[in-house]
Every structure is written in C-alpha cells, then in structure tokens.
Design a protein around this ligand. Structure first.
Ligand code: FMN
Length: 169
C-alpha cells in the first residue's frame, strides 16, 4: 500500500453515483487462498447500525459470490476509468470459473488485514461483512423490477459491509 494513503470516511469525497454507477468498481474476495473479482455498477456507501458501510449486490450465478460467502471480508476497488475501461468490461463479462481473470490482466493482488485488493486501483475500500440479505421477489413493491431485472430468477444477495479502511492515491 506504499503509494496509497488512508482516508477517514468522513473526509472521503466521491460521488457514489459517479464512482459506482458510471465508472464501475471491482468486488473482490478470497477463498482458500484464491482470489476472484467481478465488475459491479450497483451498490452504495452510507451508514447503518452506527457503522460506516458499503452495500453491494451479487447474483447467485456469479463465481465471485462463492468467494464473498467464504470470506469475512471483501474489497471494492475503483480505477482510472479511461486507462482501465477494457479491464473493467472484461471483469464484467468473463467468469473466473472459465479463466484466471486477474492473471490475464496482470493485476497485482495486495492485502490489507488479509483482504485482497489491487495495487493498480486509485481507491480501495475494504469491508467486513455484517449482513447478507437475499433479494426476494415477494418483497418487490415496484411491479416492474422482477420481470425487468430477473427474467431468469437469478436474484441478487445484498451484502452490507462495515468499511474498515479507505485508501486513496
Ligand atoms: C458494468 C457492469 C456492472 C455489473 N454489475 C453487477 C452487479 O452489481 N452485480 C452482479 O451480480 N453482477 C454485475 N455485473 C456482472 C458481473 O460482473 C459478471 O457476470 C462477471 O462476469 C461475473 O464474474 P464471476 O463469475 O467471475 O464472478 C456487472 C457487469 C458489468 C459489465
């Protein structure tokens, strides 16, 4: 983490709408010494249970979900959008079940308190899982959501993580 500096959540100034929704992020976790990652553009940052928190949504079918479920922690990493556009698109298209995506892009896996992240990122948020909540269709109040986003019933789990560190370059 040599060229990163730690920032306190209250001093962390980004637009989550831009950073997550437009620039995208990688969700990364480790299982039995192996690391997998995927692109995500849904999620948020906020406060719950008196903790600074990040929340993300991972569908049942994602290989990354196995890593999220096996680990107590995960990371969110944000990159220079122009420089890493192809990598972010790839991580959101190809599954780690089919190839070692991280090796293909030659990303350097580093760890903070045992949580993997990428040295090439410009922002790193590490999280400790506090809650995993399945998104269940009987809870939808907007009747368009199920058919529009879940035609194959591949529902998300929402993970709420306590933010343990924020690193920026
Ligand atoms: C822009 C973009 C955003 C995405 N956001 C999410 C997301 O928030 N949740 C999710 O489950 N999948 C999302 N995906 C799809 C996964 O990144 C994709 O299925 C990936 O290949 C899964 O890799 P894995 O099987 O190695 O986990 C997104 C894909 C793209 C391109």
């Amino acid at each position: 983490m040599s060229d990163f500096r730690e920032v306190q959540p209250k001093d962390f100034q980004i637009s989550p709408f831009h950073a997550i929704g437009s620039d995208w992020m990688l969700i990364t976790a480790e299982k039995e010494g192996r690391v997998n990652t995927m692109t995500a553009s849904w999620g948020g940052l906020g406060v719950i249970w008196g903790r600074n928190a990040a929340y993300v949504f991972v569908r049942d079918s994602r290989y990354t979900k196995e890593f999220m479920d096996a680990s107590d922690t995960f990371s969110l990493t944000f990159f220079d959008r122009e420089k890493y556009a192809d990598m972010l698109a790839y991580m959101g298209k190809v599954s780690g079940r089919d190839e070692d995506k991280i090796a293909r892009w030659n990303l350097s896996v580093e760890h903070l308190d045992g949580t993997p992240y990428f040295g090439e990122a410009k922002i790193v948020i590490t999280c400790r899982k506090m809650c995993r909540q399945p998104i269940e269709p009987h809870n939808f109040l907007d009747p368009t959501v199920d058919g529009r986003f879940y035609p194959t019933k591949d529902y998300h789990d929402m993970y709420i993580g306590e933010i343990t560190h924020i690193l920026v370059k």
